[in-house]
Ligand binder design. Structure first.
Ligand code: G3P
Ligand code: CA
Length: 244
């Protein structure tokens, strides 16, 4: 009997709310998420904030790089109106605000370190330090496309769980994952090739495909035995779980 995968809200629930805002994280949980995925970047003054892009332009009324703004400058921005004016009071959340929200809730936390286009020296240590401050290290998987960042995380804390993000049809990705001491595979769901499924399952690694949005693709990922599914539609996956 297959366990139903964890329902992991990608940036919250971004088809109903502005992505990576506290409104989106709250709504994802209200719509059946068992876990939350979010993206962490660093401000000019070294604060950790949750925003997908390295730049402010797409999701806020600001411009330019996150890295060239202080937290107080970022907090003056509107991170909701571009999605819908009804969300004009939404701000870019800090990691701390997010961890305050998830504390005491039974949620899997997936924090993606966005250090590829822009490098943020020291982001791994700051992230892990704050996870431990909240006692949330054991509920968290740190993922990244920058696998050097994941190795750094393991050097800081060998007990923290990491997941490799990848988009390509890697050959035996579980073997590679072990070379960077990862605990989980986070493949783009298209790159979960039929010939890799047996090896993925046998590896004992957690399997968290992204970003799985259509009911057909959700069913395929359930059938392969994914441990969790990262989706923009946690409401749809939650209804599927309930048999709807
Ligand atoms: O963690 C899965 C997914 O979020 C990775 O891609 O670009 O949506 O952050 P992206
Ligand atoms: Ca992400």
């Amino acid at each position: 009997m297959l366990m139903f995968p964890k329902i992991i809200g990608h940036r919250g629930i971004p088809h109903l709310t502005p992505e990576n805002t506290m409104a989106s994280f709250r709504a994802a949980v209200e719509n059946g998420a068992d876990g939350l995925e979010t993206d962490v970047q660093m401000t000019k003054d070294g604060e950790l904030v949750l925003i997908h892009d390295e730049t402010l332009d797409r999701t806020t009324n600001g411009k330019g790089l996150v890295l060239t703004h202080t937290l107080s400058e970022l907090k003056s921005l509107d991170a909701g109106s571009k999605f819908d004016p009804a969300f004009k009071n939404e701000k870019i959340p800090t990691l701390r605000e997010f961890l305050e929200f998830v504390s005491g809730r039974d949620l899997l936390i997936n924090i993606e370190i966005k250090s590829g286009v822009v490098l943020y020296p020291g982001i791994e240590r700051k992230l892990i330090h704050m996870l431990h401050e909240f006692g949330l290290g054991h509920k968290t998987i740190i993922s990244s496309f920058n696998h050097y960042a994941l190795v750094t995380c393991k050097e800081i804390d060998s007990g923290i769980k990491t997941g490799i993000l990848y988009m390509a049809g890697l050959y035996n990705p579980w073997d590679y994952a072990k070379t960077v001491h990862a605990d989980a595979l986070h493949p783009l769901f298209y790159s979960v090739r039929p010939e890799t499924i047996g090896g993925m399952k046998a590896s004992g690694l957690l399997i968290h495909p992204y970003t799985v949005d259509s009911p057909g693709d959700m069913k395929n990922m359930i059938a392969l035995g994914a441990s969790g599914i990262i989706t923009n539609y946690c409401d749809v996956l939650s209804k599927m779980k309930a048999g709807g």
